[in-house]
Design a protein around this ligand. Structure first.
Ligand code: AQP
Length: 327
């Protein structure tokens, strides 16, 4: 079974949403499947990035992934821009993808609204590049958070369109969205998903200090009332905290509800902070030991890119011939 998934190298650090929605599954899957994990730096530049910090951030995020348990000997970890076939296939896909399909993507609408002064074409064509990232490697499964479901459906539609036009080339990969944890919400606005690009107090970074974790959980938005009950519609703030508690403590939501019955919000917050600090501490220590090893981190990404390229080249050879490009 082949797995492909991507993550952007942007933002201060990966957060608990990135972990529960994607990275945790990656770490488990690398034990049994042929996994390719791609740091999507080309996607990152659809939002203005400081060129000096982008390359540094890509290496830093590589260190984070290794600290979280991604093992370059058990999977293929690489930077998207090292494998030029991604952009080549993306161009070919752009010639068969209707603009209307792209314009109805929720992420495009949100991001174009957020950055009106830079609503660039890359924001619109982002899902085409994502389809290329995926289909280039012909994976069976793509583990993602819920926010990427729509993009994955478009990927499947692009595969169907390409096959219909040029002959069977791509199988349609399945999305693997975790049953719980596929959508962790912002600590300050629990109706919105937790995002790296939002202010620090909305998210728990996987590498936050114990003091920062306690402070962020303490000021996290809760709901009126006193009961610790899971209800996304009636109690979105408490539900998000309860979900985090359950996922990080390894209990079910109903076990957690029983445990906190009759206890106040402050108790839930304290115990959630405790379990987060305990679980995240080893990640912080590991990142600290890797962060200054630039040469090693770059070598990991180059080694991964070499493996990825050999697969990507095979697909492109087939695609070029089918589309009628000279070889
Ligand atoms: N809040 C979330 N809950 C569960 N899963 C999430 N993911 C992101 N946010 C949550 C999943 O993490 C993986 C990597 O995401 P990404 O870095 O490619 O970018 P993103 O989806 O745009 O994540 P952010 O944090 O919201 O980044 P910004 O703010 O930069 O746009 C994906 O599988 C995603 O589903």
């Amino acid at each position: 079974m082949r797995i492909l998934s991507g993550i952007q190298p942007t933002g201060p650090s990966y957060h608990v949403g990135n972990y529960l929605g994607a990275i945790k599954q990656w770490v488990e899957m690398q034990e049994t499947a042929d996994c390719l994990f791609c740091i999507v730096d080309l996607h990152a530049i659809t939002v203005p990035q400081d060129p000096k910090t982008l390359a540094k951030s890509t290496l830093e995020k590589t260190a984070e992934l290794l600290a979280l348990g991604i093992d370059p000997d058990r999977c293929t970890l690489f930077a998207q821009s090292y494998v030029k076939e991604h952009t080549e296939l993306s161009w070919i896909f752009s010639t068969i993808t209707p603009v209307g399909e792209l314009e109805r993507m929720t992420q495009y609408k949100d991001k174009a609204k957020k950055q009106r002064e830079n609503a660039n074409a890359g924001l619109l064509t982002y899902p085409i590049l994502m389809a290329a990232d995926i289909l280039l490697y012909k994976p069976d499964v793509v583990p993602v958070g819920e926010d990427q479901k729509q993009h994955l459906e478009l990927t499947r539609a692009i595969a169907r369109k390409f096959n219909a036009r040029f002959g069977k080339t791509f199988a349609e990969p399945a999305a693997l969205i975790p049953k719980t944890g596929g959508r962790i919400m912002s600590l300050q606005d629990p109706k919105k998903k937790m995002s790296k690009s939002d202010p620090a107090d909305t998210q728990i970074s996987l590498f936050d200090s114990p003091e920062a974790i306690r402070k962020k959980i303490k000021i996290a938005v809760t709901d009126t009332g006193k009961d610790i009950k899971y209800s996304q519609t009636k109690k979105p703030g408490i539900s998000n905290l309860l979900l985090l508690y359950s996922l990080f403590s390894g209990t079910t939501i109903s076990e957690a509800e029983t445990y906190f019955k009759g206890k106040g919000y402050a108790v839930l917050k304290k115990e959630l902070a405790d379990v987060l600090i305990e679980t995240l501490e080893p990640f912080r220590v590991k990142k600290h030991s890797l962060i200054s090893r630039d040469v090693y981190l770059r070598e990991v990404l180059l080694r991964g890119a070499k493996k990825a390229r050999s697969l990507a080249e095979q697909t492109m050879e087939e695609v070029r011939a089918k589309v009628g490009l000279l070889s």
